[in-house]
Design a protein around this ligand. Structure first.
Ligand SMILES: [Mg+2]
Length: 451
C-alpha cells in the first residue's frame, strides 16, 4: 500500500523561502505556526487524479465485503467498501470511468457512474466508490467528511445491535440481555417463523416447498401462513426478551420469513403490547400499497429501505407514508451524500431514519460520517458484536470502535480510518491484497442513456 504520509513539499518550500526566513526572524515561533496552518500538507487538490482502483475481499466480518482502494497521482488514496455479499466486480467495472478524474468532484463522478447501480447488492459498487471519493476529498483538503456535508449534529453515533436467533427461548433472552449489559442502548432481534415451525400446528405451507424456492419467492406468493398457535408462540419469544431486557430499551424485529400480508398484520397486532421500535421488511419494499396496508392497520411502526438504490424510491415511500421509518444501507443507497439526502428528504415528511450496515470498519466510518451530518438519525446498525477481530481491521480510530453502544465520530481527514494490513491479510476471502486490475482499465461501451 502507498504510504499515507502527508506531502510536505509545499511546507518545505515555504520554510526554505526567503519570505519564510524573514517571517521567522520577525515573528515568534508560535506566530510562524499560525502563519503556516493554512498550508495544505496533504496534496494539491486541483491537480489530484485517480490512477487506479484495487480490491481486497475480507470474509467473516461476519459477512464478505470487498474493500476498495482508489489510488492517485499524489501520496493519498481513498478507501471504500462494496456492500456485504456483493461482487467486487460491481466496483471494478467502474474503474475505466474513474481513471483520470479528480476525486474531489464527488458529485460529478457520482452522476457519471450512478447508471451502473441498482437496488440490492447491485448498488454496492457505485456506493463503495462514492465512499472512497469522499475519503480522498477529505484527505486532499484536510477535513473529515462530515464537515464537507455541512458539519455534525452529534459527536458520537448511537449503535443498535443485531442479534441472531436461538430456538431456545431462554438462551435467546439471555443473548439479548447480554447485549444490553454490554452497553447497547437499542436492540434488534430476528423473529422468523422458523423459530416455531418445528412445533405441530404452528405454520401452514405447501408440502415439498424447497429452501431454494423459498429464497427466490416473495412473501405473498409462498402461501406460507401462521396459525393462531404459531403467532402466539412467536409473540412468546418477544415476551421472554422483554422480560429479560425490560420495556424501556427500544427493541426492533426483523426477518419474519416469507409470510403473507394478512398474517403479517395478525403477527403485528400480537406484538403491539411489546412496544416494538419497528417491524422490518415484513414484505418486499416494492409492494408499496401492500406495505402501506400493513402500516396503516397495525399500531406498531413499520420500516424498510436496506435494499433501495437512490433517493427517488425513498421519496415515494416517505411522501405516501408507506412505512413509519426508513433504513437505507449506505452501501446500496448510493453512498454518503445520497444517504444524507435521503435522511433530509425523509425529515421533511416527518419520517425518521435508521441506517442498515453489515460491513467492515471502512464502511462503518462512511456511515458514521453521514450519520454525524444527518439530523433525523435514529441509530446505526452493527452486525459484528461477536466478531473478536473486527476492530483489528482498522487503525487510527479509538478502540473499541463500538464503545458502550456508541461510535465516536473521527476527526481525522476523510473517513478517518486506515487499514491494519496484517489483519486484513489474515481474513481475505479470496487471494489477492490490492493486486493490479489492469484488465478493467478500458471502457468498452457507449454509456450515454439517450440518443
Ligand atoms: Mg433487515
Amino acid at each position: 500500500m502507498k504510504p499515507q504520509t502527508a506531502n510536505r513539499t509545499g511546507r518545505r518550500a515555504f520554510l526554505k523561502s526567503g519570505a519564510a526566513a524573514a517571517i521567522a526572524g520577525f515573528w515568534a515561533n508560535d506566530t510562524l505556526a499560525a502563519a503556516t496552518q493554512f498550508v495544505n500538507t496533504n496534496s494539491r487538490p486541483s491537480d489530484l487524479k485517480i490512477t487506479d482502483l484495487r480490491v481486497a475481499v475480507v470474509t467473516g466480518a461476519p459477512f464478505t465485503s470487498a474493500i476498495i482502494r482508489l489510488d492517485t497521482n499524489q501520496d493519498i488514496y481513498g478507501l471504500g467498501e462494496v456492500r456485504d455479499g456483493a461482487s467486487k466486480n460491481y466496483a471494478l467495472m467502474l474503474k475505466s470511468r474513474l481513471l483520470g478524474e479528480n476525486p474531489c468532484n464527488v458529485d460529478k463522478i457520482f452522476r457519471k457512474i450512478k447508471q451502473f447501480g441498482f437496488h440490492g447488492r447491485q448498488g454496492g459498487g457505485v456506493s463503495g466508490v462514492e465512499m472512497a471519493l469522499w475519503d480522498l476529498a477529505g484527505k486532499a483538503y484536510g477535513v473529515p467528511v462530515y464537515q464537507m456535508l455541512g458539519g455534525k449534529f452529534r459527536d458520537s453515533i448511537r449503535i443498535y445491535t443485531d442479534t441472531t436467533e436461538s430456538k431456545d427461548i431462554k438462551e435467546y433472552a439471555r443473548r439479548m440481555k447480554e447485549r444490553m449489559d454490554r452497553g447497547f442502548t437499542f436492540l434488534k432481534m430476528d423473529l422468523g417463523y422458523q423459530l416455531v415451525q418445528d412445533t405441530a400446528g404452528t405454520v401452514s405451507q405447501p408440502k415439498g416447498l424447497t429452501s431454494q424456492e423459498l429464497e427466490r419467492t416473495p412473501h405473498m406468493f409462498t402461501s406460507i401462513e401462521l396459525t393462531d398457535k404459531g403467532i402466539a408462540m412467536m409473540a412468546d419469544y418477544v415476551a421472554a426478551v422483554r422480560e429479560a431486557v425490560g420495556m424501556e430499551i427500544p427493541l426492533a424485529a426483523d426477518h419474519f420469513g416469507h409470510i403473507g400480508v394478512n398474517y403479517c398484520i395478525r403477527l403485528g397486532r400480537a406484538l403491539e403490547k411489546y412496544n416494538m421500535a419497528w417491524l422490518e421488511d415484513m414484505i418486499p419494499w416494492q409492494y408499496s400499497e401492500l406495505l402501506k396496508k400493513i402500516t396503516d392497520t397495525i399500531a406498531v411502526p413499520t420500516l424498510t429501505g436496506e435494499d433501495i438504490y437512490l433517493k427517488e424510491s425513498f421519496l415515494e415511500l416517505c411522501r405516501n407514508h408507506v412505512v413509519a421509518k426508513i433504513q437505507p444501507d449506505l452501501a446500496t443507497a448510493g453512498g454518503i451524500l445520497e444517504t444524507k439526502k435521503i435522511g433530509d428528504l425523509a425529515q421533511e415528511y416527518g419520517v425518521p431514519m435508521a441506517m442498515h450496515f453489515a460491513g467492515t470498519p471502512v464502511s462503518m466510518m462512511a456511515n458514521v460520517q453521514c450519520a454525524a451530518a444527518t439530523q433525523n438519525l435514529i441509530a446505526l446498525e452493527y452486525h459484528s458484536t461477536d466478531v473478536p477481530w473486527w476492530d483489528d481491521l482498522a487503525e487510527g480510530v479509538d478502540k473499541p470502535i463500538v464503545n458502550r453502544g456508541f461510535v465516536k465520530v473521527p476527526e481525522r481527514p476523510g473517513l478517518g480510518i486506515s487499514l491494519n494490513e496484517k489483519t486484513v491479510k489474515q481474513h481475505l476471502g479470496e487471494p489477492g491484497f490490492f493486486e493490479p486490475t489492469r484488465q478493467w482499465d478500458k471502457a468498452r461501451s457507449n454509456d450515454r442513456l439517450w440518443s
